[in-house]
Design a binder for this molecule. Structure first.
Ligand code: FES
Length: 68
């Protein structure tokens, strides 16, 4: 997932992760970590996500955004 909230330009990585979601620390919108979809307001737009694959000890991240 891109590390920027879709509501304002703040880092999502500073929020809390719980039950497959991340909560934006500024206004409290939660986003589904797999789809980037907002679960509650004030955010209404998804956050772009990226395909990730585990290959042995490596984590491979595609640079193509899935929902931008
Ligand atoms: S900046 Fe993230 S919900 Fe407002």
């Amino acid at each position: 997932m891109r590390d920027v909230c879709s509501h304002a330009e703040v880092r999502l990585s500073e929020g809390e992760v719980e039950d497959g979601t991340i909560e934006c620390w500024l206004h409290g919108s939660c986003f589904d970590l797999s789809s980037g979809a907002p679960i509650n307001p004030p955010a209404t737009q998804p956050v772009p996500t990226y395909d990730v694959k585990i290959d042995g000890d490596d984590v491979l991240v595609s640079l193509d955004e899935k929902n931008s």
